[in-house]
Each structure stands twice: as C-alpha cells, then as structure tokens.
Design a protein around this ligand. Structure first.
Ligand SMILES: C[S@@+](CC[C@H](N)C(=O)[O-])C[C@H]1O[C@@H](n2cnc3c(N)ncnc32)[C@H](O)[C@@H]1O
Length: 227
C-alpha cells in the first residue's frame, strides 16, 4: 500500500470511497462514508488501544478502519448488514459514562435515503421538521455522556435543497451540538458519486437557477465539561 497522507487543510476531497486494497465498509451501502475520512480522524485524535464508537455505523466503515489501526471499536446501527454490528438506537447507547476515547458519526441528513424499515430510523424524519434536530440532539447528549473528559467527536452532515427550498441542516445541527461540545474545526468534504452528479441535473441547475450540493460538513468538536 502507498503511504497515506494526513490531511493538513480544511478541504478534503477523496474521489473514491475506499483506500488501499482491502474493503472498508461497503461502497454499495447508501450514504457510505469515505474510509479515508475516518482514517484521518483516527490518526489525529486516537492512539492504538483507544476505544472508538460509531453509533450509526451503516456498512461498518468505522469498524474496518479502526481495527486496521489497532483501535478497539464498537459499531451500532438499526440496520444490521453484518454480524459485528450491534443493533441499537443511538438515542440510548449501552455504555458507561466517560468510557469512550473517540466517536465518529455520519448520520442521516434528512428523509432522502431509505436505510431500513425500522420506525426508529431518524432518516425517516425530514430535516425541514424541528423534530429531526430534537432527535439528533438526543444522540448528541448520549455521545457526550459516554465520551471521556475532553475527548473528541466528529460528525458528518449536509444541507438540503429540495423542491425549491434550501435547508441549512449543517447550521441547524451545529446550533444543537455547541451546547454539548466545543468547536475544534469544520472540514469541508467534497461530495462525489451522488445521484445528482449527472448531466441531466447539471442542466437543471442552470435552467432553474439552483445549486447542486457540492460538499458535506465534518464537524470536529470536543466534549464540554459543563453544558
Ligand atoms: C449515512 S449512514 C452511515 C454510513 C456509514 N458510516 C457507512 O460508512 O456505511 C446513516 C446510518 O444511520 C442509521 N440510523 C438512522 N437512525 C438511527 C438510530 N436511531 N439509531 C442507530 N442508527 C440509526 C441508518 O440505519 C444508517 O445506516
């Protein structure tokens, strides 16, 4: 494997979901995270033996990257696609207070993707509805509870433009997260391989004067001691 480089700016652009020769997660999973995002975060904010948690781990990208880097890891989700993922609603995480070294989460951004038929899936709630942020806040409270003092969380989210309406999902979630976590930085992740990246949609974007989503936010934050 060629030597992997740690990102040094706040603009990360990974054209492929995977790196190296072995799979990390499943690039066919809807909303799969680019594995190199998690690799970069684990390099900076964890060391070997640390406990890493992904409360919405989907196809298990975090599990694969963390294991490769010799971190201990637990992945939860409601949609179970492999044996090493534990079925759990992330609004209640079955772990002790102050027991985790790092949390990565790439949550649903709205109700645009169908992940499972489980009614508890937050991806069934539109980001235009305040309930979406209320439920995400419950997840944030749990993550803060399980993180050790001053440890770090990284959360991916994206805005929505649909039916002529823009929703600043990133800013709305950020408002909730800053109650529980201190900002470290915000990284802009270039979006690739999305269904709207076709000449049809690029033409529509010009014709009807709107923009296709080009990036996601990666919020990097530290547990607040007091809320
Ligand atoms: C963007 S995907 C995560 C992708 C994952 N990082 C990967 O690389 O495959 C979001 C995930 O959140 C899960 N999810 C939604 N609501 C949940 C909840 N209340 N508890 C746990 N997982 C949930 C969905 O099932 C979905 O797998």
């Amino acid at each position: 494997m060629t030597e992997l480089q740690i990102e040094t700016t706040t603009l990360w652009d990974f054209p492929k979901q995977n790196y190296g020769t072995t799979p990390h997660g499943n690039n066919k999973y809807r909303g799969v995270t680019p594995a190199f995002v998690i690799w970069n975060l684990l390099q900076r904010y964890t060391v070997e033996g640390d406990l890493v948690i992904d409360p919405m781990c989907g196809s298990g990208t975090t599990i694969d990257v963390a294991k490769e880097l010799k971190r201990r890891v637990i992945g939860y989700d409601l949609n179970i696609v492999r044996d090493d993922i534990i079925k759990n609603d992330s609004r209640i995480i079955p772990l002790e207070n102050d027991s985790v070294d790092f949390v990565f989460i790439d949550s649903p951004y709205s109700d645009n993707l169908h992940y499972s038929d489980d009614e508890r899936c937050i991806g069934k709630i539109s980001c235009e509805n305040i309930i979406f942020y209320n439920e995400m806040e419950k997840v944030a409270v749990e993550i803060r509870r399980i993180l050790k003092p001053s440890k770090v969380i990284a959360w991916i989210i994206a805005d929505q433009w649909i039916k002529k309406k823009f929703t600043a999902v990133g800013f709305l979630l950020w408002e909730r997260l800053v109650k529980y976590f201190e900002p470290i930085d915000i990284v802009c992740l270039t979006r690739h391989n999305q269904t709207s990246n076709t000449s049809f949609w690029h033409r529509k974007a010009c014709e009807y004067n709107f923009y296709l989503r080009g990036f996601k936010y990666l919020f990097i934050m530290r547990k607040r001691e007091k809320t």
